[in-house]
Design a protein around this ligand. Sequence first.
Ligand code: F6R
Length: 615
Amino acid sequence: MCGIVGYSGGRSAASILLNGLKRLEYRGYDSAGIALGGPDGVCIHKREGKVAGLVEQLGDYENRPEIQRAHSGIAHTRWATHGPPTTANAHPHAGGSGEVVLVHNGIIENHSSLRAKLQADGYQFVSETDTEVLSHLIARELLETESLVDAVRLALTQVVGTFGICCMCAAEPDVLVVARRGSPIVIGLAEGETIVASDASAIISHTRQVIYLDDDDVARIEHGSVDISSLDARPVTRETADIDWSSDAVEKGGYAHYMLKEIHDQPEAIRNAIRGRLDATRGTAVLAGLNLEPRDLVDLQRVVFVGCGTSLNAGLVGEYAVEDFAAMLAEVEQAAEFRYRNPIVSSTDLLLAISQSGETADTLAAVREAAEKGACVAGLVNVVGSTIAREAGRGIYLHAGPEISVASTKAFTCQVAVLLMVALKMGRSRRMSREAGIQIVKEIQRVPELVERVVATSDAIAMVAQHFTECQHMFYIGRGYMYPVALEGALKIKEISYVHAEGYHAAELKHGPIALLEKGTPVVAVLCEGPGKDKVLGNVAECQARGAVVVGLITEGDEESRDICDHVIEVPKSPHYTATITATVALQLFAYHVARLRDCPIDQPRNLAKSVTVE
Ligand code: F6R
């Protein structure tokens, strides 16, 4: 989604801001802009398209004194919501007659009524955005108050919706005012300077010391000084945190794409996700952040997993594992559906919100709804300090490291690894024996090495992929634990290669989708050894009888499946519950190679954003 960078300090701001924007490109955007404050006032440069186009527009900016003189500024990458991705709609937006300049993530829901009032007062609009409404609103309040920070406060009290903003004004060009409600803002602290961003990856090359703003915090920044207060002007203290990953983690490290790097990161990422969390003697998991003792777990009667997209698919594995290991009621629900369905939850339910970014609007709303109804709420989140992590109060971090590619890979496999540990812990607090627990611990510990073996077959998977570069449609089928794998495989290929792909429960095929099969239609059948495999083989025969070309995702040494399928991709032998991870890694690579051979922009697929902070 949209990205924000701001700078106030002793250095020339332009290159810091432009480099910050490049760091945020992965989030997905369609226009970019920058505003620089200096002795000559605040000057805006913006355009539709990529950051490279903006840099080109600035010309030889490192040798333009009027640009180099600016020691403060704000910058933005916009993912269009209100109005198409044009230069006029790009941020920053000026308010009043240009005395206020603003970048904004989120949505101002009452923008229409505010716009009408401002127009009646003579304010002229040049864009279709909700953001321009806020910039005029701040400019109007600035007429009545002494300072930008007060004007921002007064304007924000009139706003309904979500915002992460960074604002500056011509009268105080070294001052930035930032604020948030539902859209993250991180403040990076360095000697004599401050770098603000919507995401720590734009800050990490300057400093590791950060402050995460809470909802309704407003901060006034001038060079190295940061004053935080509430929307009603009470001083607020926020802790300083250390970013625990290095700037290398946001580099491609020699890989052609972030997605490929992150697929290769997975053995290490899963090691980090399980490190110190498995007790091989007691046959259980140690999940301190959950803060639930065995006696609390016994009182729980149901686990509800909520998430969106890939995180929702991980939740489905969680549902199967909790039922399987703990013989306990479990459900998974799309977070948007959960929030609007008036769900029945109580204090004996554990709601586990799954989110890589920790900022997904619908998942956050589900957390709030479940907490309102008295459920025990926990987060399963990757980004430290994110809103869901903080609001859930209890939870488990993935420790997968930053995920830059829009298509989620290592977050999914780490989510599944953690969910298996949650199910194990639930199981051990109920009927599961110590011996059975020890066996599951051993299997989870083997996963990083098994994933290494799958990643090493990338070239063989590429050979299979080359048969499918021209296809328009694909089907993915699986049963049991392999059903969420089929869903995730289909999601991966559709988002990065633009091949229309659908994941189905293999049994569902006969209830309609089989009508679409014709000669040459590709079907990916997830046939890893385990309950249901033979039934899927039966479904494969039905597909082949209608001319489909079947790619079997099979267990090494499964000659029966190899003989039946037209192409095969192999994964090492493991129980069905951990094969969810290895099989998904193989399908990530399959999707990656199809997309690469189709020459698709793998890390930044069209229309997609890395974190969906609006409904
Ligand atoms: C797919 C993908 C999305 C996200 C979804 C939820 O590759 O990345 O489907 O999984 O937008 O995002 P988080 O996990 O950040 O809540």
